[in-house]
Write a protein that binds this ligand. Structure first.
Ligand SMILES: Cc1ncc(COP(=O)(O)O)c(C=O)c1O
Length: 388
């Protein structure tokens, strides 16, 4: 019986596959929309820094997370939901949807959930944008907007942000017949700045009803001032308005990935067609239902943030370092020079902050508000690094 290896066909086939060649294999290329995308760079994980430097006790104030952790009620709900993990989640998030819509005073059919609010923003872009369309966004607006716009084959039209703030008059002036969407983060990341009520009201009254307006309120709960325009208050204008919020920030559930959008039922129903069927997990749904009841945790988180933000601002002031006014859980600091040497020196002190050069903010660092010890540690390390 001939050995398998000597079978002529197999030998020939093997020869073909093992041949060494200097030619690069011609693998499939990404579609043209993906080709030129700049990848999203997340904050450096604490474990990575500790591994690299052989240190322990590093702190991360780089990703605008809630430094006091998740709501204890959410953690309890997660534990209780664990035995059900063999089942698919409720794709429609029925209980969460009803609970949230009741607490917001909106109709359940106007609410859609996503795997983080990033997912909701992406679903909106995939649902409403087509190749050839334009979407307008601020030059320092949240980086996900140009990404989802380009992935949908549309182009991003950039509006300057003087004083780090969205300029809605400028955005309005850039509307053309090709404009299909406008993205506004309010407050905005990475600048922390806010568009105030009067300007928002002017804009939402003027904008065509068939242009998608995404008002991203990821930091809604921190923007605690009477001048802050809650975009849900403009639902009656009959515009294509999508409010986007998240459980990742004040609710402290960034790791679970749960965000939501609120818009006219007709729009939301189209978005349901393009979202993934199970885009929110059963644990995330259970945690969010419980977190909504934990007003104590939200209040405490807001308090810790207010105190920390005031401390950071006062210390920066003392150091004579420019910063943007923040209505969020982070602060944008302008060093007036290449920030990377300072960033790297802070890393060596075990403090992770965030460079934001990817936004075109070439002399800035973004610092998230931590618990008091973290804020103090940052300021101490910052002074040392700056030689102040
Ligand atoms: C303005 C803004 N929108 C959306 C998000 C996305 O948050 P998530 O996908 O965790 O809900 C972030 C996260 O940092 C953000 O800053």
């Amino acid at each position: 019986m001939p050995s398998r290896g000597k079978t002529p066909g197999i030998e020939a086939g093997r020869g073909k596959h093992t041949e060494t060649t200097t030619e690069r294999p011609k693998l499939i290329k990404p579609n043209p929309f993906v080709k030129d995308l700049i990848p999203y760079v997340p904050g450096k994980p604490v474990e990575e820094l500790e591994r690299e430097l052989g240190i322990t006790g590093a702190i991360k104030i780089a990703s605008n997370e809630n430094p006091i952790g998740p709501s204890p009620l959410a953690l309890k709900a997660i534990k209780e939901a664990l035995p059900g993990l063999n089942r698919y989640p409720d794709g429609d998030a029925f209980y969460l949807k009803h609970k949230l819509s009741k607490s917001l005073g909106v109709e359940p059919e106007t609410v859609i959930f996503g795997n983080g609010s990033n997912d909701v923003i992406d679903v909106a872009a995939r649902t409403f944008l087509s190749p050839g369309d334009e979407a307008i966004m601020g030059e320092y607006a949240f980086i996900v907007y140009p990404i989802v716009t380009k992935l949908a084959g549309a182009s991003a039209v950039i509006s300057p942000m003087p004083s780090y703030t969205h300029d809605l008059k400028d955005i309005y002036s850039r509307i053309t017949p090709k404009t299909k969407a406008v993205f506004i983060a309010n407050p905005n990341n990475p600048t922390g700045t806010m568009v105030f009520g009067e300007e928002m009201e002017w804009f939402l009254n003027k904008i065509d009803e068939n242009i998608l307006v995404v008002i991203d309120e990821a930091y809604f709960e921190y923007a605690d001032t009477p001048d802050y325009p809650n975009s849900l208050d403009f639902r009656g204008l009959g515009k294509s308005l999508l409010t986007v919020r998240t459980f990742s920030k004040i609710y402290g559930l960034a790791g679970l990935r749960l965000g939501y959008g609120i818009g006219p039922a007709e729009m939301v129903s189209s978005m349901h067609k393009s979202r993934h069927p199970f885009n929110t997990s059963s644990l995330a749904q259970a945690a969010a239902i419980a977190a909504l009841d934990d007003t104590e945790h939200v209040e405490k988180s807001r308090e810790v943030n207010d105190t920390g933000l005031a401390y950071l601002a006062a210390e920066l002031e003392r150091l004579g370092i420019e910063y943007a006014p923040s209505w969020t859980n982070f602060i944008l600091v302008n060093l007036g020079q290449d920030p990377m040497p300072v960033y790297n020196a802070l890393l060596r002190e075990g403090v992770i902050v965030r460079p934001v050069g990817i936004y075109g903010l070439k002399t800035h660092l973004r610092v998230s508000v931590g618990i008091p010890e973290e804020n103090e540690r940052f300021i101490k390390a910052f002074k040392k690094v700056l030689g102040k």
